[in-house]
Design a protein around this ligand. Structure first.
Ligand code: FAD
Length: 401
């Protein structure tokens, strides 16, 4: 059997992995459970670290064409109805972090990856192929599909998302943690967006136990709306259609200027957000986890997909250095685990201490954040945006010698 890496899951993480491996001359087979490869119709924010990954994976130009380049990240007080602070995303930001900050439609981004995978001889894509479990012996690993079919490979990467079957078998650590935070998403035409809020910014209105996010998408044809309510929802839910009234209910206390966003939303869908505590091991012999399967996080840093792409870059880098044998997966895991653990844990923190506080806590947040200038903001986020996701590799390799 020629070397071939099996990838469970054809989301952003799985396709990025296939592309990263193909860049290193490694063949892969992506096994996707769904009948069609695609993404939900919503927006996604991309830090400069995502662009480092695009370039490494060979899709930099195509991804840049899809993006809307916002001028700032704006934090607003949803009760006062006024700005707390803004982080400029101008030339100084780009010079500092080597790349822009942007927003993009998920379907467009997934489409960029999908086209690049389809165009590559070393990548095979299979749909309606749900990986139920795996088996490994000697120098091969076998993905066992839900219908019993067995497919052999040299390595298996579990990029099968939050409810990963590969993780279930590998770590057996139960269901993800239900955060009790409910997110509602809608995409509306730019003409439906209130005129006074048509800002070229990724905007977040922070209020007690809730926040509202909006930004333009698709060459300014539409706006992405994401509103989140900490309502202690007990059960995980993904993508359930809900009525307007249900969305409104959690936001009666916020200023009318922010609430109008909710009034304008259409076809709202609901997610009850889940994450997990970080783990320090996500490798079992010839099998490794990647993306949400390895380190699911709340979306409050807007970094889940960015981290999945960084994982793909790190794995490709390890394969380039060490081939498909020996400790390649452990090296990849070691390179990634602290950085992703930090994003997982700080995503929870930022929700609690920045997005959702009330009273004195909120006033203190406003005072501290209003006092910060752009350079101080850049210093605060340097660990995240200033990384290519490969620094871990460099320090890991330095430690080995
Ligand atoms: C409301 C919200 C907003 C977000 N905003 C951002 C943002 O702005 N920026 C950002 O970077 N991230 C954001 N994220 C996070 C981001 O969406 C995820 O981290 C990212 O999609 C993870 O990619 P993945 O490929 O690891 O997993 P997924 O996207 O979940 O892909 C997993 C794939 O595996 C398939 N699959 C599942 N089980 C099996 C199986 N048994 N066999 C085969 N295939 C299987 C699935 O069908 C799917 O195609 C947000 C998340 C949410 C919920």
């Amino acid at each position: 059997m020629a070397d071939r890496v099996l990838i469970a899951g054809g989301g952003i993480g799985g396709l990025a992995t296939a592309l990263g491996l193909a860049q290193k001359g490694v063949r892969s087979l992506v096994l996707e459970k769904a009948a069609q490869l695609g993404e939900i119709g919503a927006g996604i924010q991309l830090g400069p670290n995502a662009f480092h990954a695009f370039d490494y994976l060979g899709v930099g130009d195509a991804a840049r064409k899809m993006a809307v380049y916002v001028d700032s990240l704006r934090l607003m007080d949803a009760i006062e109805g006024r700005e707390i602070t803004r982080i400029p995303l101008d030339d100084a930001f780009r010079a500092r972090f080597g790349n822009p900050y942007a927003v993009v439609h998920r379907g467009d981004l997934h489409g960029v990856f999908l086209q690049a995978c389809r165009d590559h001889d070393l990548i095979e894509l299979r749909t309606s192929a749900a990986v139920a479990e795996y088996d490994q012996a000697g120098d091969k690993v076998t993905a066992i599909l839900a219908d019993g079919e067995r497919i052999d490979g040299t390595l298996l990467i579990g990029a099968d998302g939050l409810w990963s079957n590969i993780r279930k078998q590998m770590l057996g650590d139960g269901a993800p943690r239900v955060s009790g935070h409910t997110t509602y998403r809608s995409v509306i035409s730019v003409d439906d967006m209130p005129e006074d809020l048509r800002w070229n910014a990724a905007t977040l209105w922070a209020g007690p136990k809730c926040h509202i996010v909006h930004y333009p998408l698709q060459g300014w044809k539409s706006f992405n709306l994401v509103v989140t309510y900490h309502n202690d929802a007990p059960e995980p839910v993904a993508g359930k259609p809900v009525t307007h009234d249900e969305v409104r209910r959690g936001f009666e206390h916020v200023a009318p200027v922010a609430r109008q966003v909710i009034d304008k939303g259409k076809d709202w869908k609901l997610w009850v957000l889940c994450d997990r505590d970080p783990v320090m091991t996500w490798v079992d012999g010839r099998v490794a986890l990647l993306g949400d399967a390895a380190h699911p996080m709340l979306q409050y840093f807007a970094q889940g997909a960015c981290m999945a792409m960084e994982d793909a870059v790190a794995l490709a880098h390890c394969v380039e250095k060490g081939g498909l044998g020996n400790d390649v997966l452990t090296r990849y895991q070691d390179m990634r685990r602290l950085r992703t653990a930090r994003v997982q844990l700080q995503s929870r923190e930022i929700g609690q201490h920045v997005y959702h506080p009330a009273g004195a806590h909120a006033e203190l947040r406003n005072a501290v954040m209003r006092a910060r200038g752009p350079e101080e903001w850049y210093d605060q986020i340097d660990w995240l945006y200033g990384s290519t996701g490969l620094e871990g590799a460099v320090s890991y390799e330095t430690r080995q010698h």
